[in-house]
Design a protein around this ligand. Structure first.
Ligand SMILES: Nc1nc2c(ncn2[C@@H]2O[C@H](COP(=O)(O)OP(=O)(O)OP(=O)(O)O)[C@@H](O)[C@H]2O)c(=O)[nH]1
Length: 300
């Protein structure tokens, strides 16, 4: 699968300047054009470009103000910005760099140098995105990892909306490992992750490997009935893999403990969500495994 095309947002109040930069980069990048500061901020939020080429002198909202606006928003804070301006005094350049600009190019510029500088920045951006992706992925199963889950749970939700969280744990996995070896255990975990992944996900849902043979499913906008039904589907998907287990236990199965809650005024996820789901997992295990057990938190 090829990587998605990188995007550059070009911001300049003069159409002739926008056109020159557009012509310079249109063959290698997807280009978004903005003719003033407010438009630049809106388009940056909407498209999250990989790089912004930003003019400084613009009516109403100037480039430095756009830069401050970008830095104030978590989603756009880390997008590299290159100022391209006719302001050649070093104090302007210093100001731009102190604001956090990745580079400062003075007009009139020599196009091949601008192209080379932009290409270098885009290369760094590509590498950074790659590292970020791997930092949030579990290497064995290629599912999102615990850190990614924790980042997701920090997000705010609409007060009054239903959310659910479930902990899924493979049954008697120690025996499986002891019988077939750790490498076979790894392959079983990969197959299980693949099966979970294939069950159609709803928007915003996240399935993460929490650690060891434990997975966590985050189900925003999902009440108890919807979430427990969904987890029943996941349990069945694991069962249908029909991975032989040790004698007496026909195939690999999993137990799931879940909890649903209604988001309170703060918009935050209740602190005891995990603990409650874990308690339900314990019940699912103690009542025979290969089942889903659910609870509801009230008054959060
Ligand atoms: N192959 C493999 N095994 C793992 C991995 N992570 C954890 N395990 C094993 O998973 C097993 C978990 O064992 P326990 O916590 O005793 O649980 P269990 O045997 O599944 O029993 P119940 O949870 O009570 O059904 C241990 O043997 C771990 O070594 C992994 O990445 N690969």
């Amino acid at each position: 699968m090829s990587a998605p095309q990188q995007q550059i947002l070009i911001v300049d109040d003069h159409s002739a300047n926008r056109r020159v930069l557009y012509e310079l980069f249109k063959d290698n990048y997807r280009i978004i054009l903005a003719k003033n500061g407010p438009m630049a901020l809106a388009l940056a939020q909407k498209h999250l470009p990989d790089l912004i080429l930003l003019d400084v002198v613009m009516p109403e909202v100037n480039g430095y103000e756009v830069m401050s606006g970008l830095k104030a928003e978590p989603a756009t804070r880390d997008i590299p910005v290159i100022f391209i301006t006719a302001l050649e005094d070093q104090s302007y350049e210093e100001r731009g760099l102190l604001l956090g600009a990745a580079d400062y190019i003075i007009k009139p510029f020599y196009p091949p140098i601008v192209r080379a500088r932009v290409n270098n920045h885009m290369q760094w951006v590509r590498q950074r995105h790659l590292l970020e992706r791997f930092a949030l992925l579990d290497p064995l199963t290629e599912l999102p990892n615990r850190r990614r889950l924790e980042d997701t749970l920090k997000a705010k939700h609409a007060p009054g909306s239903s959310v659910s969280l479930a902990v899924l744990d493979v049954d008697h996995f120690k025996q499986f490992n002891d019988r077939y070896g750790h490498a076979a255990g790894d392959r079983a975990l990969q197959a299980l992750a693949g099966a979970l992944h294939e069950v159609k996900q709803n928007e915003g849902e996240l399935m993460a490997r929490f650690g060891g043979e434990e997975f966590v499913i985050w189900l925003p906008q999902c009440d108890r009935a919807q979430a427990s039904r969904r987890c029943e589907e996941l349990r069945l998907a694991v069962s249908k893999l029909r991975i032989p287990h040790v004698e007496g236990k026909l195939k690999i199965s999993c137990s799931i403990g879940g909890v649903s809650a209604v988001i309170g005024h703060s918009g935050g996820v209740p602190d005891d969500l995990f603990e409650t789901a874990d308690g339900q997992l314990y019940l699912a295990k103690s009542q025979g495994r290969d089942r889903v057990h659910w609870s509801e938190l009230s008054g959060c």
